[in-house]
Design a protein around this ligand. Structure first.
Ligand code: GLV
Ligand code: GLV
Length: 328
């Protein structure tokens, strides 16, 4: 019998797919940036697609694959690149990789916090430019983080781990979330506030919500104006959660003190204005880029793909409705 095909959109993942190769014909796109046409032809006849967050997996891709398509395994925790409703309608399982990149992403939030408050990147540029001529009492004065307020927007796994680390640094922690978690509040001494209250009181505003219709431009001009002029904004979630034009204005006009950004509104475009500002620290969507996270993400994708194809409920199913349809 011919082996069923799994199409993988990026060469990097090839080394992690041994477990699938025994049973399936694993077809790996041999390059890095698969174009739309190659994606549409590559998925043809596949029962499974392993995709990256940079690829738009919409109804057209699903239909190009064909009616045998059973699963889409996204190599990311975020899945805003996938038309989940279209998948559910077609009976296709969509899976993501939660839980294993939590610490990696939260660590970058804390890194941004410290790097911004202590002006590490500015200091590095200063030294490299040969400007360091000797100790001065007011050279590159920053601020400490102890007793400052960490404001976490979105208390999921990443938000929680960020809260715990921030508490360990002696910060006060406030959060906003769709649901309150009173047990967590008590255990870690964190307090719940409305988004507006949080923006007004936080010294660091860190975003850890998924991108969806409700969170697009959650932070725009009005919200940036509510923030303190000494506060910084950190976005390790998804670019479009922040209105980037408004953010540039806020940074230029000093409504806020700085920003740590790992994601951008139209990746991989990073506006020159953002790059030219000295009060930004910018990373190339690498919040989950630790070896530990990448390996664990691959393991989850592989296990979920195998389960979905073999009609076992995958543990990281993002559209459980699809499973109810199967059972009904
Ligand atoms: C990274 O951005 C992810 O969603 O895993
Ligand atoms: C993502 O893993 C989150 O729940 O924050």
């Amino acid at each position: 019998m011919e082996k069923a095909k799994i199409f993988v959109t990026h060469i990097y993942l090839g080394k992690y797919l041994e477990k699938l190769k025994d049973k399936y014909e694993v077809v790996i796109w041999p390059g890095k940036d698969i174009g739309r046409e190659d994606l549409l032809s590559g998925v043809k006849g596949a029962v499974g697609i392993i995709s990256l967050l940079t690829e738009k997996i919409d109804a057209e891709v699903m239909d190009a694959a064909g009616p045998q398509l059973k699963a889409i395994g996204n190599y990311a925790v975020g899945f805003d690149n996938i038309d989940v409703a279209a998948a559910t309608k077609r009976g296709i399982c969509v899976t993501n990789t939660p839980g294993v990149l939590t610490e990696s992403v939260a660590e970058l939030v804390i890194t941004f916090t410290l790097v911004l408050f202590r002006r590490v990147v500015e200091g590095d540029r200063f030294v490299r430019a040969g400007k360091y001529k000797g100790w001065e009492p007011d050279l590159l004065l920053g601020t400490g983080v102890k007793d400052k307020v960490m404001g976490i927007v979105g208390l999921g796994r990443i938000g929680r781990w960020t809260a715990r680390m921030a508490r360990a640094l002696g910060m006060r922690v406030v959060y906003h979330n769709r649901h309150r978690d009173e047990e967590f509040e008590e255990e870690y001494d964190v307090t719940y506030h409305t988004l507006d209250q949080l923006l007004e009181m936080a010294d660091v505003v860190s975003l850890s919500v998924p991108l969806n219709l409700e969170t697009k431009h959650l932070i725009s001009e009005r919200e940036l104006k509510l923030m303190k002029p000494t506060a910084v904004l950190i976005n390790t979630a998804r670019g479009p959660i922040v209105d980037e034009k408004a953010l540039i204005k806020a940074l230029k006009e000093k409504w806020i003190a700085g920003a740590g950004l790992d994601v951008y509104e139209d990746e991989a475009q990073v506006p020159e204005e953002l790059r030219n500002l000295s009060n930004t620290v910018l990373t190339p969507h690498t919040a989950s880029a630790t070896i530990e996270a990448r390996i664990a993400m691959a393991r989850i994708v592989v296990d979920n793909m195998a389960d979905a194809i073999e009609d076992k409920q995958p543990s990281c199913l993002v559209n459980p409705d699809v499973w109810k349809q199967k059972i009904d």
